[in-house]
Design a protein. Sequence first.
Length: 117
Amino acid sequence: VQLQASGGGLVQAGGSLRLSCAASGSMFDINAMGWFRQAPGKQRELVAVIIRGGITRDVDSVKGRFTISRDNAKSTVYLQMNSLKPEDTAVYYCAVTTFAAGSRWYWGQGTQVTVSS
């Protein structure tokens, strides 16, 4: 599975960005699709995940502001980020799991999101 993320950039606090991540390869086998982020000096953390059936989970810090969605036909996962805060600044990574590999995450390259105050 190969993943290509896009959509990062620089935005002012309160603004919005939409991240996209397109998967290629064994697309029929993809189960969960998720977004993680890593801020400088911090560990990578899960932001939001959506499984094939459409059930989503996200961390408390982004509830009500970020929305994860997926288009199975396009094998693409999105992260709509609204009301961005400076503490959302991080490198954002998309990742997927497959039914064949179980809980192993396949990672895309990161995309930088910078929120200025």
